[in-house]
Each structure stands twice: as C-alpha cells, then as structure tokens.
Write a protein that binds this ligand. Structure first.
Ligand code: EAX
Length: 323
C-alpha cells in the first residue's frame, strides 16, 4: 500500500490510529539525560500512562534540554506546544509566586524533612496555586540538595566563595541568598551552563549531584564542595487544557503516574547521592566534604530578614517545624 505522506503527517500530528483506538503522543521535556533522575522519573510516568490508558496515550521524551531551558519549557506548556515538563522549581516562582518559599536556602534539614513538607499539607497546598496560571502541577518530583562547584579553589566557608562569579538559576530567592555568601550570582538558563564553565565566563555553578554527574561538569570544574546550601524541588507540570480533555478515569491514571514518577525520581537521587560523589572524584574532582555549614547559615541572616518580610516569618517557621 502506498501511503500518502500528507496523511501520514496528519496522523502523527493528531495521534496515530492503532487498531480501533486512537493513540495520542504527548511530549515531555526535561533538562538532563534520559539516564538521569529526571529521565528515570519521566520514564516511569510515561510507562504508567501508557499502561493505564491501554496505550491510548504515550509519550515522546525530549531529554537534554532539547526543547530549551526550563523557563522556556514551562512557557511552552502554558502555550500548549509542550504537554509536560519535569522541571526544577528554578524558574517556577516567576510563574507561580507561592512556590518561591521552598527555594529559601538552608530551609530544609535533610531529604526526609524536604520530602515530608512536599508531601504534606504545605507542599500539597502549593500545588493548588498552579491552575489560575495556566499550569497544573501533577506532583513534586525532585532535583536534590545543591552543592557548589568551581574552577578556582576549594570552598569550605562563605569567604572562600566570596568574589566568585557563579552561574545561578533564574531565581531571585537563590540570588538574594547567595549574595550574602559574597558570590556574584550570574543567572543563566541551564543549556548554556556547560559552555560558560568551559569558556570561563563564570567560575562556578551549583547543582545537585545527579545533575553534576549527568551533565559531566567534572570535565570543566575542579572543586566540588558539599555545601547542600539549598534543596531544589522539582515538579511534573502539565496544562489545564490537557487535563480538562481527560476522562475522570484517565485523570486518575495521570495523577497516580506522576506520584509514582516522583517516588522513582527521588530513589534515583538517593542512588546518585550514595554513589555519585566517589564517581566524581574518580573523574578528577577534588571534593570538600567538611563544609562550615554554620558559617553559611550565619551569612544568610540578613537574607532571612528579607525572606521573613516577603513570605511571612510564620510561614517559614511552619516549614522549619515539620518533623
Ligand atoms: O533541573 O538549571 C539548573 O541548574 C537545574 O538544577 C537543572 O537544570 C536541573
């Protein structure tokens, strides 16, 4: 049989016919490789929606920032040119301001604390703020605690970081905090970071171990300090436009799939935390494990005064008090 290329094209755009039922192909984008935490979570999500809808829906994955930076992908979801993005909260507060509070440095004690807040009433309440902005946050996934890398010297305390030009996410909460460390924050979309490090446009950057590994920053950065200065939550985001098209049963499939994706993504973050640091050392990085965390916290005091004004001291305390 000779296929009419125009009809084949239309078929791909509108969803392929498989047997009796139409199959809709949904696009999902994320920053890092398919083998990374974002890829692991996204793959669980995609497999589950395909299974749960008996193949009526399936995904096409766009890893490695193939569709642009995280801000651009969120905009694409709002516009309807992308169906899902699995993104750090980096740029999300620019769309949904209620998210910003969870980007405060040294807010969470450890992974247990952070995950408990995200899964509890505070985190779940934040998810309800998305639909008025043309977005639906299906579930919290995870990027991880962020650590500093640089090409100049080991960082143990803020005075070691002072003066370094560091790429940050396009996130004012981070930038305001990092300035109190003495860093010169240089906001930049993630796809540009490797090149900027390689060319020396910036001295350093900060990211969780899974990102440092997946993006091979060991090739362009000598020093890694386990500063863990901020937790980097992530979200699986889609649009009200897409969700409103689904039957209630399919909605449940998508929501459940997103929750399972979050669990799988966190598990991969745990694995990378456990095995990745040794790997980065093997790759030539010099790792500072004993960071003066108290000195970083002390440096942040003026930033916390500003955060309290912006977000409410009570709201910050409520998060800190989750046990
Ligand atoms: O979400 O921009 C960043 O540094 C993010 O941590 C990375 O893209 C993964």
């Amino acid at each position: 049989m000779k296929l009419n290329p125009l009809l084949v094209g239309l078929g791909l755009a509108a969803g392929l016919m498989t047997g009796a039922s139409a199959q809709t192909v949904l696009k999902i984008g994320y920053a890092t490789t398919q083998a990374s935490h974002y890829g692991v979570g996204s793959t669980v999500f995609c497999d589950d929606i395909e299974k749960g809808t008996q193949g009526r829906y399936k995904c096409q994955q766009f890893p490695n920032s193939a569709l642009g930076g995280e801000r651009e992908m969120i905009e694409a979801v709002q516009l309807g040119t992308l169906d899902f993005v699995n993104t750090s909260t980096g740029p999300v507060g620019n769309f949904v301001p209620e998210v910003k509070i969870v980007d405060i440095p040294f807010l969470f004690r450890d992974y247990d604390h952070a995950r408990k807040v995200m899964d509890g009433p505070i985190g779940q309440e934040i998810l309800t703020k998305f639909p008025p902005k043309g977005l639906v946050a299906l579930a919290w996934t995870e990027n991880g605690f962020r650590h500093m890398t640089n090409s100049k010297h080991p960082i143990v305390k803020p005075s070691d970081a002072a003066g370094l030009k560091m790429r940050t996410m396009e996130n004012k909460v981070h930038m305001d905090g990092y300035r109190t460390f003495g860093i010169q924050p240089t906001p930049m979309a993630f796809p540009e970071v490797f090149g900027a490090l390689q060319q020396g446009t910036v001295d350093g950057q900060e990211n969780p171990i899974p990102v440092i590994l997946a993006s091979k920053f060991s090739q362009v950065q000598k020093y890694l300090s386990l500063t863990g200065h901020v937790y980097s939550p992530a979200l699986l985001i889609t649009s009200p436009r897409l969700m409103n098209k689904l039957s209630d049963a399919d909605k449940k499939v998508f929501n459940d799939a997103a929750k399972k994706a979050g669990i799988a993504q966190r598990k991969k973050v745990n694995e990378d935390e456990n095995n990745g640091i040794a790997q980065l050392e093997k790759d030539g990085m010099s790792v500072v494990r004993k960071v003066d965390g108290q000195a970083f916290r002390d440096a942040l005091v003026p930033a916390y005064a500003a955060y309290s004004k912006e977000f409410g001291a009570d709201n910050i305390r409520k998060i800190q008090e989750v046990k």
